[in-house]
Design a binder for this molecule. Sequence first.
Ligand SMILES: Cc1cc2nc3c(=O)[nH]c(=O)nc-3n(C[C@H](O)[C@H](O)[C@H](O)COP(=O)(O)O)c2cc1C
Length: 179
Amino acid sequence: MSKKICIVSTSLRANSNSARLASAFAEGARAAGHDVQVVSLAGKNIAFCRGCLACQKIGRCVINDDANAITDALEQADVVVWATPIYYYEMSGQMKTMIDRANSLYCRPYRFGKVYLLATATEDELYVPEGAQKGVQGWVDCFEGVQFADTLFVGGVTAPGDIEDNEGLAKAYLLGQNV
Ligand SMILES: Cc1cc2nc3c(=O)[nH]c(=O)nc-3n(C[C@H](O)[C@H](O)[C@H](O)COP(=O)(O)O)c2cc1C
């Protein structure tokens, strides 16, 4: 069955390694017949959550910037994929900001049942993405019926484009194909 997949790519730099993982995942998912939307946070205007919790009353964020359209896309997806560079053993700040700004999802009829994390970093050790995984798990745990399906971590990549020729791209493609 064709699924609606929303991939949020959170690196802001050109030729980003995690964005490349996101596009490989998207290619695999499209090849399997899924409907894939890749949203990049690069160039978007997304303010910090102010914690007013108005979203819990009116079902949307009162700040009118680019976060609201992305939240709508997340609401309509069957599968959500976050792609992030590891920053100080955590998800990127922009990814966390987007998660916070999507707080209205909590009281909206979201559909997603599966969440994936794609992450890249300089160090190639298993512990490097653990902070980001913990953060995503915490987010997932707030939504009933949602499962943190998998993480694909590619270490050993630092400069933009370092991920070209990395076997992680084939893994991302397969993950997308089997979503
Ligand atoms: C602010 C900042 C913090 C970083 N922190 C880490 C880190 O904790 N561990 C690590 O291995 N790499 C770290 N890196 C390196 C990036 O994770 C790495 O370059 C990654 O491939 C960038 O992905 P991107 O091209 O998608 O932006 C950091 C980079 C920046 C700019």
